[in-house]
Design a protein around this ligand. Sequence first.
Ligand SMILES: *[C@@H]1O[C@H](CO)[C@@H](O)[C@H](O)[C@H]1NC(C)=O
Ligand SMILES: *[C@@H]1O[C@H](CO)[C@@H](O)[C@H](O)[C@H]1NC(C)=O
Ligand SMILES: *[C@@H]1O[C@H](CO)[C@@H](O)[C@H](O)[C@H]1NC(C)=O
Ligand SMILES: *[C@@H]1O[C@H](CO)[C@@H](O)[C@H](O)[C@H]1NC(C)=O
Ligand SMILES: *[C@@H]1O[C@H](CO)[C@@H](O)[C@H](O)[C@H]1NC(C)=O
Length: 377
Amino acid sequence: MLSVSSLVIFGLTLQSRVSATILQNGQVKPTNYLDTRVDSSAYLFTTYPANATEISYKGRWDSKHVSWWSAPGIKFGYTGQTVAISFGNLTTNGVLVAYRISGLDWSFTNVTGKSTHLLVSPSTPGAASAGPISPWTFEMRVTNWAFGVQIEAVHVAAGERLIKLPDFDRRIEVIGDSLAAGMYTSYEGLSNEPEPWDFSKSPPADLVIINIGTNDRNAHNNVSTFAYIDALTKIIQGVHGKWPKAQVIVMSLWLGFYQSGNTYFPNAPQGWVSEVSQMVNWFNSDYLRDPVVYDGVTKKSFKADRSQVGAFVHYFNTTGIMQHNDIGPQWHPTDVGAIKVASHLQQFIRVKFGWDLHATGPEVFHDTQYWNDEPGY
Ligand SMILES: *[C@@H]1O[C@H](CO)[C@@H](O)[C@H](O)[C@H]1NC(C)=O
Ligand SMILES: *[C@@H]1O[C@H](CO)[C@@H](O)[C@H](O)[C@H]1NC(C)=O
Ligand SMILES: *[C@@H]1O[C@H](CO)[C@@H](O)[C@H](O)[C@H]1NC(C)=O
Ligand SMILES: *[C@@H]1O[C@H](CO)[C@@H](O)[C@H](O)[C@H]1NC(C)=O
Ligand SMILES: *[C@@H]1O[C@H](CO)[C@@H](O)[C@H](O)[C@H]1NC(C)=O
């Protein structure tokens, strides 16, 4: 079965930590996050091991409870007003993690291996509130590429306990490259060489989003239209074979912009625009009745078992969502560009499949709340 890691294509292997500066509107962004490391012997804790069933692991975690890829996280309910986490020795020093309680804002802290970090205490804003979310929930997400944390143990105050929360009832699998993973965004999330993902341990995905091929489109890599479309077709067939009920969204590629005189234009050639949309039609047309031509080859349509899903391949046209200033100097979407694409994709999913966006949902962003502090200035 395909795994995301085997499909991610980018020309970088970064093993060690590189110190870098985040620029926010041209200014250096402060990264002096709260130091949460404590001496655990000074606390009385009730301790749960990393494999406690009360802890839900979201996204990619390996068998040693080490995090991989974009924004993997944990979530659980708890009693009391204290949450601490001990990180194992497979944690990269200084990894930035985001964490929050219930529906409140995210906080950030850098964590290190072989140490315990106190993330919630009675003085944490909201920790001692009376609700209304009950039980209190704790969520953590791991940021940064090639970095990871290893969960060793989770602690609550002595006599308190963790509570297993109901699982999410839907799953999305993203098959992508550095663009989908968020390379060069503030909290980028790439990885190197994780252990193979054990698909059998998670329920099937409801939705598979494919955004892959920008590197193949690069002339330097000399990938023919046929090779690209053929590979993409096989990926979709593989997904459908494994998860026959999954819907598949194929995103059109974008390749940046160039300035021409007094305006900007998208770089040409674009990413196999007509071929990809023809491939989607091919999946959805009636078998044997509507042959589709692409790359000069006439193909009979895909013989899918549509009894469960109907036409299951969908084309998400990204044209017009990003403009030239949504692409950073290193050819990847900026934070705003990434959020624009994600927001449009959410709306596409809502309109197409009727999924809900909740008024007080989980989508709270950090460091995106800029405002003018004076009226009429
Ligand atoms: C957690 O790991 C320990 C040590 O390997 C094992 O004894 C225990 O059964 C595991 N617990 C669960 C819930 O898998
Ligand atoms: C890391 O932790 C594991 C489990 O506690 C231990 O067996 C191993 O020796 C440690 N490795 C290093 C390099 O400290
Ligand atoms: C915390 O993480 C940020 C983002 O990676 C980094 O810029 C900063 O240097 C880290 N701080 C420490 C103390 O490790
Ligand atoms: C590109 O690939 C084609 C087909 O495999 C091959 O014939 C050609 O020599 C390649 N061109 C370069 C510049 O590598
Ligand atoms: C994508 O959208 C653009 C802008 O609306 C449109 O010109 C283009 O034809 C669309 N592409 C496909 C394959 O539908």
